[in-house]
Write a new protein. Sequence first.
Length: 244
Amino acid sequence: MPSPSRKPLFAAAGVAVAAITLGLVSWQATAPEERSRDTSAGSPAASAHAAPRSEAAPELLALARRDGADKLATGRADAPVVLIEYSDFRCGYCGKFARDTEPELVKKYVEDGTLRIEWRNFPIFGAESEAAAKAAWAAGQQDRFAAFHAAAYADGAKEAGFAGARLVELARQAGVPDLERFKKDMAGEEAAAALKKDQDEGYRIGVTSTPSFLVNGRPIAGAQPLDAFTAAIARAKTEAAAGR
């Protein structure tokens, strides 16, 4: 199978050059034949598999916000391992991770205090992706981010689209109590600023596809099998305990 092209994400050539110059992340894809194309979103998907770098970069480790007031994160702020996820609600592989892998990580590692998962909105599939990102943020302001995330990544949700009325319906499904506030928050400056903050972070470290992850400073690209994440988390936990 020919290798799919990757959607360019850098806002400008200067940003791309800056990311390359910093050299913070090496998002290493596996052989082309191991990748798949996500045509349902009208654009190539992220690679399904990738290899993490061998050394954790201090600059990447420092990206963990560990903010107890972060409404888009789950897990203890002082957890020894932080998984940062850069994702798009219209990304097929992001949905696969959300449905098949993340619940297992929550059950095994978040609930016992080992892992914290921090979400970064990183829309790459156009206007509806951006609208869904702002909607997720708005749902989070009423403590319903996790429920909105589950509804938006449910089987068939992406195919239904993320136009305005659909986002309100997803918020209703997620149990957002004040839908008028939700609509106001979604269209407000704070939502736009929060989205830009996440995007700028991803651009700066060279994220080029979704989903992309950092596990205590080590990048993992694509919706890899569960055991790839469990191995990365186990290693990060051991290193954190050793003070590395």
